[in-house]
Design a protein around this ligand. Structure first.
Ligand code: ATP
Ligand code: MG
Length: 212
């Protein structure tokens, strides 16, 4: 039923996901592919409302379990509205963050036990595991530097103000996910030059999907 591809970009805040996704999208379009760019949270109308709750720095009272369920709600909405139809149409979906972010941030970062929601994950999310995931790695020092350079410093989102230890735990989570699925993950050093990383991404797309 599904001839399209889901390709996700993962990694800590400021690692270069959006930068690389945009470049990959341009390149894929030049090769004649039908490409959709989307993001989680916030890829759908309902998802945008959820995103506003999740990333608003004023929402300090947001309970970690509520946060987790909001991410899942966004994901299920996104899979149903965007990913399934696009894959059926044979499109390439480039998604800025997906379920690996939830496991790394909520599971490892916040220390939540995801077992209580395992049946939802198994039924509604696992069947749509990405075909390929680019994981960009950067040090927590680089995160601090890149986030400081953001133009609108005053509107840093909730996650930007998380602690150094939180990011260390989240990075460890990503590494464990990548080790568990070495076929799906391509790990890239996010501290390299933007163009160098882009070329690595292109060569992977060429090899995996015979594009270009
Ligand atoms: N390889 C790189 N070297 C130096 N700077 C980079 C590199 N990649 C991205 N940047 C810069 O770092 C900042 C963050 O990049 P980007 O927005 O792509 O990250 P992100 O992973 O999408 O962040 P977020 O998780 O917050 O959405 C931007 O100012 C971008 O220009
Ligand atoms: Mg981004």
């Amino acid at each position: 039923m599904q001839s399209g591809k889901l390709i996700t970009f993962e990694g800590l805040d400021g690692c270069g996901k959006s930068t690389q996704l945009d470049k990959a999208k341009k390149w894929l379009k030049l090769q004649g592919c039908e490409v959709i760019k989307t993001q989680q949270p916030g890829g759908t109308k309902i998802g945008k409302l959820i995103r506003n709750i999740l990333l608003n720095p004023e929402h300090k009272e947001l309970n970690p379990e509520s946060e987790l369920l909001l991410y899942l709600s966004d994901r299920i909405q996104h899979i149903t509205e965007i990913i399934i139809p696009a894959k059926i149409d044979g499109k390439i979906v480039l998604c800025d963050r997906f379920h690996d972010s939830t496991v790394a941030y909520q599971g490892y970062g916040r220390g939540l036990n995801l077992e209580s929601i395992e049946s939802i994950i198994n039924q509604r999310i696992k069947p749509y595991t990405p075909d390929l995931t680019f994981l960009l790695t950067i040090s927590t020092k680089t995160i601090a530097h890149r986030l400081d350079q953001r133009k609108e410093k005053s509107v840093k989102d909730r996650l930007d103000i998380e602690s150094h230890n939180f990011f260390e735990r989240t990075a460890k989570g990503y590494q464990e996910l990548a080790s568990a699925e070495p076929e799906r993950f391509v790990c890239l050093d996010g501290e390299q030059e933007i163009e160098y990383i882009h070329q690595k991404i292109i060569s992977e797309l060429k090899i995996r999907f015979s594009i270009g």
